[in-house]
Ligand binder design. Structure first.
Ligand SMILES: Nc1ncnc2c1ncn2[C@@H]1O[C@H](COP(=O)(O)OP(=O)(O)OP(=O)(O)O)[C@@H](O)[C@H]1O
Length: 327
């Protein structure tokens, strides 16, 4: 449902010289939502984010926040704030001074800005590190400081460019939960750029998947994963088999594929590989006419009647699990 507080992109376009990085995209980001802008390297997601932030000029089109055009405004006057991948903290300033920095630039007096910085540090649970320099913090702690620094301007939209990519996998999962919690508490729109589909699925109320400068599909995380509209979406999100003929292709989730061990029903196939993944077992299938398919079986089902390599099986699925793909 649209509200007057949404952020809307209208025919937003970015060209760098002759190359078209963002190709006239239209999208409404819901106020108070967590949106992940997802896509492969070079698809235009950072350019889109930087145009919203005002760090990149708009070639054509508009950016409308709460009913007002903001594309011509300087970054500090847009109601947006950006958190960079590298965190971009000032190395010679303490944590507290880093967080208070943008208020200092606005001429806010010292007592007020440090008071506000402490509130934000409390929000991100970094109060006890207020006097440290950024180099004396871990990656996760630096990220919290960068978040506090971006939030001190009370933005209506927080823009996050690959915010978790500098963290090790363990910390990434923890910080992602913290980001989600923070967004819920603040109730403002977060737009989070990532090239990781699992990150987008874990975080987003809405996933916007881009491909060569365009939006390929936007919807709830579940819709985009469960009902991909194009072959690109199905392949990028992963976990799908693509079946059918050219012009009539379908996506079928690998975990919805069933195997008939008597090979009496469904598509005839031969087991060509078995990979144990802990909770599940991935069975690769050579299927004449369809190529390589994958069935993901719960470990208990697989080990109840383990398959031999090279076994002949029938491959079936429920027609409701088959999604027609557009071009
Ligand atoms: N300053 C620039 N000058 C020229 N071309 C650029 C510039 N910035 C980006 N591009 C090009 O625009 C396209 C989109 O880049 P963009 O950084 O927006 O993609 P991205 O999806 O964020 O990629 P990544 O995940 O690798 O950061 C790419 O082809 C890129 O090479």
């Amino acid at each position: 449902m649209r509200t007057e507080k949404d952020l809307e992109l209208v025919a937003l376009t970015k060209r760098y010289g002759d190359s078209l990085a963002v190709d006239s995209i239209n999208h409404v980001f819901p106020a108070g939502g967590y949106v992940c802008l997802l896509g492969p390297s070079g698809c235009g997601k950072s350019s889109t984010l930087r145009m919203i932030a005002g760090h990149e000029s708009v070639t054509e089109g508009s950016i409308v926040l709460e009913g007002a055009e903001i594309a011509h405004l300087p970054p500090a006057r847009r109601g947006t704030a950006m958190m960079f991948q590298s965190y971009a903290l000032f190395p010679h300033l303490s944590v507290e001074e880093n967080v208070a920095f943008s208020l200092k630039m606005k001429g806010v007096d010292k007592a007020t800005r440090l008071g506000r910085a402490r509130e934000l540090l409390e929000l991100v649970d970094m109060t006890k590190f207020a006097g440290r320099l950024p180099a004396q913090l871990s990656g996760g702690q630096q990220q919290r400081v960068a978040l506090a620094r971006a939030l001190i301007t009370k933005p209506r939209v927080l823009l996050l460019d690959e915010p978790l990519s500098a963290l090790d996998p363990f910390l990434r999962v923890r910080m992602r939960a913290e980001l989600k919690k923070l967004q819920r508490e603040l109730g403002i729109l977060f737009i989070h750029v990532t090239h990781g589909q699992d990150e987008a699925l874990a975080l987003a109320d809405q996933v916007v998947l881009m491909n060569v400068g365009r939006i390929e599909q936007a919807g709830t995380a579940r819709d985009v994963f469960d009902a991909p509209r194009t072959e690109f979406v199905a392949r990028f999100m992963g976990g799908h088999n693509i079946v059918g003929r050219p012009g009539e292709r379908y996506a079928v989730r690998s975990d919805r594929v069933r195997l008939d061990r008597s090979a009496a029903s469904g598509l005839r196939a031969r087991v060509s590989g078995i990979e144990y993944q802990g909770a599940s077992v991935h069975v690769a299938l050579a299927c004449p006419g369809e190529g390589e398919l994958t069935a993901v079986l719960p470990d208990r089902d697989f080990f109840a009647a383990p398959l031999d390599p090279e076994a002949a099986v029938g491959v079936t699925w429920d027609p409701a699990d088959q999604h027609r793909l557009g071009a």
